[in-house]
Ligand binder design. Structure first.
Ligand SMILES: [Zn+2]
Ligand SMILES: [Zn+2]
Length: 355
């Protein structure tokens, strides 16, 4: 049987089967449909306006490497008028992050984008290696997740950018929908399919790849010969997410559209107003100035736990009570530097007041 011609251009030889649709297409058409779908995601959600300064959360992994490449390509092709930056967080994980950061440094050269690296060491005084040697591998992802989120915001504010884009893909979002359904976490279920989130005076975050299949991102990186780092984190993986991931992969085999269908189901969930209002209002952390729904932000509580030698018991919601039971924090406690939000543009929505 002669090789099929591309289902899109009908000229070139089809060399791949598109995971999202099953179409047999050529390489150039694959690049074009992949990029165009991301462009449509961006324009439909009106993610950017000309002059925006945007940081790409770059880990050196496949998702963020492809994101940096595609953002640069689309910015030039469609004249978005964006100032793009690469922003990397160095968690201090020997044999993992040090190698992946070398990849980001090469990407910086390849894509000629400015790069900012912020380390846990300089921000918190603790590397993940040091945290794991203190608490073991069981809860270390809790520390890493909380610390990374705040580090990204702080890195963005030091670059004076308004907006962070991350490489979360459709598989990640669908997994999160499943996890939130299984946990019955209504608040997170409502938020996790939003393409763009912005708390009060926090930096905008968005996910231009939220409808892009992981398999297609890998395929794109492979055919474009992009330089990325492909080792999993050496510390414990998120076991619960692992179950959702395995389940989703099984569903995808049976029906590839399952991933996008789950995201659309998540988007269609309505959360009643009276459920929404029970969520705690945002305030700023009394110790470091970062946004928080309690007196102290999670990172400050986790850091205090580390500093006071009881890190293992502060990863739960009742952490604060346990620390308070020890007595007041010592005066010489190591704390996180004061957070300065970036100078946000005047077009940012102000809190609504009843007139
Ligand atoms: Zn083609
Ligand atoms: Zn804080």
């Amino acid at each position: 049987m002669a090789p099929a011609s591309c289902a899109l251009c009908q000229k070139a030889k089809a060399i791949l089967k598109r995971p999202k649709t099953g179409q047999q297409i050529c390489k150039e058409c694959f690049f074009f449909v992949f990029e165009t779908e991301v462009h449509h995601t961006i324009t439909n959600a009106k993610l950017f306006k000309p002059g925006d300064k945007v940081a790409i959360g770059a880990s050196g992994g496949k998702d963020s490497t492809v994101l940096a490449y595609v953002m640069k390509t689309l910015n030039e092709r469609y004249n978005y008028g964006l100032d793009l930056y690469l922003l990397s967080i160095d968690e201090g994980i020997t044999g993992y992050r040090d190698d992946s950061l070398e990849t980001v440094k090469r990407n910086q050269q390849q894509y000629s984008l400015p790069l900012k690296i912020l380390t846990y060491e300089e921000l918190y005084g603790w590397t993940m290696d040091a945290i794991v040697s203190e608490i073991g591998k069981k809860n270390n992802c809790t520390f890493c997740g909380v610390f990374r989120r705040q580090a990204l915001d702080r890195g963005a504010s030091s670059l004076n950018v308004d907006h962070i884009v991350t490489g979360h893909n459709a598989d990640d979002i669908a997994e999160t929908v499943l996890m939130n359904v299984m946990r019955g976490d209504i608040a997170r279920l409502g938020r996790c399919t939003l393409i763009c989130t912005q708390g009060e005076d926090s930096i905008k975050r968005s996910k231009p790849f939220m409808y892009a299949y992981e398999k297609e991102i890998v395929m794109y990186a492979y055919f474009k010969k992009l330089d990325y780092f492909s080792t999993e984190c050496i510390y414990s993986p998120d076991a619960y997410r692992g179950h959702a991931r395995t389940f989703l992969k099984d569903l995808e085999v049976a029906r590839p559209s399952a991933i996008i269908d789950i995201i659309h189901s998540g988007e269609a969930f309505g959360v009643r107003e009276d459920v929404k209002v029970t969520q705690k209002p945002q305030q700023t952390c009394k110790r470091c100035g970062y946004m928080s729904s309690n007196d102290l932000c999670k990172a400050c509580t986790l850091l205090e736990g580390l500093e006071r030698g009881m890190a293992n018991s502060v990863t739960t919601d009742r952490a604060r009570k346990k620390l308070d039971a020890l007595g007041p924090a010592p005066d010489n406690l190591r704390t996180i530097p004061q957070f300065r939000p970036a100078h946000l543009p005047v077009s940012v929505e102000l809190p609504k007041t009843d007139l």
